[in-house]
Design a protein around this ligand. Structure first.
Ligand code: PLP
Length: 419
């Protein structure tokens, strides 16, 4: 309560913004994932790895826009490319060379992607990939996994409040190959399996390679389509998580940072499947979208890939994240604190491990880190961006250690109350 009171006291302008927002948007919110109790921060600006809220507090941005912000804020190469695209005229009512350039770069990075199509979001990319798989197989069912998140209408929280998109989903436990084998054994109508190699929004749970290889085998044997949702995990190497794992899905969806930080999504994969979208075909599957090839995103994506996303940069980012996750885990273990960390490379979630008190423990950690100038999501997500360096990381580790020391009593009491 005291930590929350401090949060509220120091942020009158964020609170005023929230009150204004509530009058015109449900919950004052146009993006459910940004809701944060008691009211979210309203951020005025960002540069590099830092953001400044409307009350004038500056934070190191460890959230990294839920992984889209891998470049930090307004990186020079992207800003320059977008300014040029703006000057050259937007909404051109036509194809443009920028979309070809971005498509070429994506196809060159992913061996599994022969052809690619752009969308405006990751959600749309997944909706299109599913639609394509159903059209290609003539089957209806889509296998997804508990805690999977593929977009606002494609979200599968545990306990089963199902997706709102009108598809015939079968929800299976994640990382459970036996359950997947059983599903294929009894169901001949599976069109596709849609899977995140690591569940991002679901809490940064990493699938075993055996599970993903097993899905590859099962789908292949059944003539079903394997779709990797790499919207978050594409950052794990030049060719995404599939590149690290050496697994070739039939279709892949990407999004987030590949648009240089602007609104973006894409789906791509096997030539024979993607060919269904060729508008010259009599049985062509329609995929329009006014902004699919918008020049701002296309230009930003090209600039970002060329300037920032080479293999060495992604490898270094991966290693930095692995080290941070290990160091955080070590701090929690040494203190016997009720927190743990899961994830892969530069994306991780700090979990509060006492289920009954998890919300309070998560909020306490977030409030204290915010007070020290470290911005993480209330649900514990950290997504490192390229400009976050050793100094920022070591300051975060110090802040977490200081938090555990300062809050020993509160945390201890909460553990005892929980029993
Ligand atoms: N798939 C995954 C794995 C995601 O993490 C997200 C977004 O967080 C999406 C799909 C949806 O992408 P978008 O928010 O661009 O619609």
């Amino acid at each position: 309560a005291e930590a929350e009171a401090l949060y509220v006291d120091r942020r009158p302008e964020s609170l005023a913004a929230h009150r204004r927002a509530e009058k015109v948007m449900p919950g004052g919110n146009t993006r459910s994932s940004l809701w944060s109790d008691p009211f979210p921060l309203c951020v005025a600006s960002g540069k590099g790895c830092r953001i400044t809220d409307v009350d004038g507090h500056t934070y190191v941005d460890f959230l990294g826009e839920f992984t889209s912000g891998i470049f930090g804020h307004s990186p020079d190469a992207v800003a320059t490319a977008v300014a040029k695209a703006l000057a050259d005229g937007i909404n051109l009512s036509s194809h443009n060379r920028l979309e070809i350039g971005l498509a070429e770069r994506i196809v060159a990075r992913f061996p599994s992607i022969d052809l690619v199509r752009f969308t405006n979001s990751g959600t749309e990319a997944n909706l299109m990939a599913i639609t394509l798989a159903r059209a290609a197989t003539g089957r209806s069912r889509i296998v997804v996994f508990e805690r999977g998140y593929h977009g606002g209408v494609l979200s599968f929280p545990p306990g089963g409040s199902a997706a709102t998109a009108p598809f015939d989903f079968k929800v299976l436990p994640y990382d459970d190959l036996e359950a997947a084998s059983a599903a294929f054994a009894e169901d001949g109508d599976i069109a596709a399996v849609l899977v995140e190699p690591m569940q991002g929004a679901g809490g940064c749970h990493v699938a075993s390679r055996d599970f993903l290889l097993g899905l590859r085998r099962l789908t292949e044997a059944a003539g079903a389509i394997l779709i990797f949702d790499e919207i978050q995990t594409a950052r794990m190497s030049v060719a995404g998580c599939q590149g690290r794992l050496g697994i070739r899905p039939d279709l892949t969806t990407i999004g987030k940072f590949f648009g240089g930080g602007l609104a973006f999504g894409a789906f791509g994969g096997r030539r024979d499947l993607m060919a269904r979208l060729d508008p010259r075909r009599a049985d062509a599957l329609g995929h329009a979208g006014t902004f699919n090839n918008n020049t701002l995103t296309m230009a930003a994506g090209i600039a970002a890939i060329d300037a920032y996303l080479d293999g060495a940069a992604l490898e270094a980012l991966f290693d930095r994240g692995e080290a941070l996750r290990r160091d955080l885990q070590a701090i929690f273990e040494a203190a016997g604190a009720p927190y743990s960390v899961t994830g892969l490379g530069s994306i991780m979630t700090i979990h509060a491990t006492h289920a009954e008190d998890a919300t309070a423990l998560r909020r306490l950690l977030q409030f204290d880190l915010l007070a020290g100038g470290h911005y993480i999501a209330q649900r514990g997500l950290i997504a490192l961006s390229l400009p976050v360096g050793e100094a920022e990381i070591s300051a975060l580790l110090d802040a977490v250690a200081a938090f555990l020391e300062a809050r020993t009593e509160t945390i201890g009491a909460s553990i005892q109350t929980v029993g």
